[in-house]
Design a protein around this ligand. Structure first.
Ligand SMILES: [Zn+2]
Length: 391
């Protein structure tokens, strides 16, 4: 193990033991040839992050729904670590202080869901839901209900698993939870997550700073949500320039501990080309593993619809991602990338407080639509905030 690896970023041209570890992980996954000469004719100490590694990292990131940048930082490292586990290779249990995660956990969750046990979302993290579903399964098959997935459980699972693909039971359960919570905003808890903050300014263009804009937008949404009876929280304040912002896992953990119904992360994008423009919304999902948050996807669609109906931002669609914030939150969660600061027209829009008010209104209407039964829904772009407050 290379304990410091998770603290650093590794990219094309880097060398050293951490790079050797990265190469070994990629080779194990069959993404990199693993002959001795492939270490760059070198020892452990001088392993090279060469073009082959760069291509393998990008391929892996694409496969896993991560940002494709060829850089191995904390998130990509965690995904690489998760990918090496197959169900049966290690004992799994609920460890609250350090939740076990990996592809073997996804497999366990999908099998439990396929058999009708409520393991929550198949997100690859062994949490309380997974433990409870496992105990229930163990009781049902008559083995010791200790919530630990060891040899006896592996055997029982192999005997019983039908070839049902997970996903549908999760979608039904998420929809049912939304239906039960009723068609009103009052009493809902929504967590708003302004991206970056403090030392991390995010994307910048002229006077525009993503961290500042995101906080301003969050405050505008917060005010409107509060007026509709929603309890809204922000994951961070207006941090000072020297302050360290919370990381994504911490932000997700705060939303979890607040028992939030919905998490909305607010960002603005940037690109190498000034021509790139438009707005996109991301939610938790992983095509290769066949897992996705159905309600996260639904809210992402609603948000895109409202935003593009009320503004002239280009519709860049909704996309599945495995980013920590989306993956580690227990409620439907989205990350909005509202326009490109590198595009002059988008930047001019974002600089206008009136525009940010329109965006805030679109966000609140999308939240309301999420909780309205489909037959009571009115056409996109028509619902106005006062209607919602009154209803
Ligand atoms: Zn950002």
């Amino acid at each position: 193990m290379v304990p410091n690896l998770v603290m650093a970023l590794y990219r094309l041209g880097d060398t050293g033991p951490a790079v050797a570890e990265i190469r070994a992980r990629l080779a194990f996954l069959g993404l990199l040839a693993c002959g001795d000469d492939e270490l760059g004719g070198a020892s452990f100490e001088t392993a090279v992050f060469d073009r082959a590694v760069d291509a393998a990292v990008r391929g892996f990131q694409q496969q896993r729904g991560a940002s494709v940048d060829g850089i191995v930082g904390p998130q990509t490292w965690r995904l690489l670590d998760d990918a090496r586990w197959r169900l049966g290779a290690r004992v799994l249990w609920y460890s609250p202080s350090h939740l076990l995660s990996g592809d073997d956990v996804v497999e366990l969750q999908q099998r439990l869901l396929g058999l009708g046990f409520d393991a929550g979302r198949a997100d690859g993290i062994f949490g309380r839901d997974t433990e409870e579903a496992l105990r229930e399964f163990q009781r049902n098959v008559g083995i010791l209900a200790d919530g630990t997935c060891g040899p006896a459980t592996f055997k029982a699972l192999a005997r019983l698993t039908r070839t049902v693909v997970g996903g549908t039971p999760t979608a039904l359960r998420e929809a049912e939870a939304i239906r039960r919570s009723g068609p009103t905003l009052a009493g809902k808890v929504v967590v708003l997550d302004p991206g970056h903050g403090g030392r991390d300014r995010g994307n910048c263009s002229g006077d525009l700073v993503e961290a500042v804009l995101a906080h301003d937008l969050a405050a505008r949404v917060e005010g409107r949500l509060t007026a509709t009876g929603v309890t809204a929280y922000l994951t961070r304040g207006r941090l000072g320039e020297d302050e360290v912002p919370p990381d994504e896992a911490t932000r997700a953990a705060s939303a979890n501990s607040l028992g939030a119904d919905l998490l909305i992360s607010l960002h603005m994008d940037t690109a190498g080309s000034a021509a790139a423009n438009g707005t996109a919304t991301y939610f938790y999902g992983h095509r290769a593993l066949g897992t996705r948050s159905a309600m996260g996807g639904r809210f992402a669609d609603l948000l895109q619809r409202e935003l593009t109906a009320r503004t002239d931002l280009l519709d860049c669609g909704t996309h599945e991602k495995t980013w920590d914030l989306l993956r580690r939150s227990r409620m439907p969660a989205v990350r909005l990338e509202l326009g490109y600061l590198s595009n002059p027209a988008d930047a001019a829009r974002l600089a206008d407080p009136g525009f940010r008010d329109v965006v805030a209104e679109a966000v609140v209407v999308a939240v309301q639509r999420l909780y309205l039964p489909p037959d009571e829904d009115s056409p996109t772009g028509w619902l106005l905030l006062p209607d919602l407050v009154g209803g």
